[in-house]
Design a binder for this molecule. Structure first.
Ligand code: GRF
Length: 207
């Protein structure tokens, strides 16, 4: 059984997609053991509770130092003894200690085709604003392993989504979620749960 901790910050639609695919058996041999939010008001915590999954908050506001927050976050993850940590809209830069503790065992979903529109400052709607400002015709989503730098780890899955002429950042964000993110993140977990993913340097191989 793959034990999974999911880290969230907001609405949690990606979390919901994961919970639904575990519930309907599409993701096999997997248990979501804990959901952690940095934001006490995240609706994702409600989604966790509704699915019977423990949802906890580790807020940076409760710690005077960033390092103490990072330690508490790592402790909350480790306590759940996960085989895999999934960042599903988690707006916290992952501390190096966490990457060291879970090498090639943390995945993230990013709402663009990496290496476009990623890295520092590219989160939430900013990603889609930048894609529209650049005038790309195709964008998408990427699931990647997390390493020491932002959005730079080995890419596991990507899916393209068409940009339309009248798109606003909000409309494009929704299409990328519906057509790519909600499909890719559950699929990534499923592949890992089935032992089908190998990471070698900056590349991944799926069998
Ligand atoms: C998604 O677009 C995800 O790619 C990004 O943050 C958003 C989270 O949405 N990193 P939700 O909380 O899963 O609804």
């Amino acid at each position: 059984m793959l034990r999974v901790v999911v880290c969230v910050s907001g609405g949690g639609t990606n979390l919901q997609a994961i919970l639904d695919r575990v519930a309907d058996g599409t993701i096999k041999n997997t248990q979501i053991v804990r959901v952690i939010s940095n934001n006490p008001k995240a609706y994702a915590l409600e989604r966790a509770r509704s699915a019977g999954v423990e949802g906890i908050c580790v807020s940076p506001k409760d710690y005077a130092e960033r390092e103490a927050f990072h330690d508490a976050l790592l402790a909350a993850v480790q306590e759940a003894e996960p085989d895999l940590v999934v960042l599903a809209g988690f707006l916290v830069a992952i501390p190096p200690k966490m990457v060291e503790a879970f090498p090639s065992r943390i995945i993230n979903i990013h709402p663009s085709l990496i290496p476009s529109f990623c890295g520092v400052g590219y989160y939430g709607l900013h990603v889609h604003e930048a894609a529209l400002a650049r005038g790309v015709k195709v964008t998408g989503a990427t699931v990647h392993f997390v390493d020491e730098d932002m959005d730079s780890g080995p890419i596991l899955l990507q899916k393209a989504v068409a940009v339309q002429e009248n798109d606003t950042p909000e409309i494009l964000q929704r299409r990328v979620m519906e057509e790519a993110e909600w499909e890719l993140l559950p699929r990534a977990i499923s592949l890992i749960a089935e032992g089908r993913v190998r990471v070698e340097g900056r590349k991944t191989f799926i069998k």
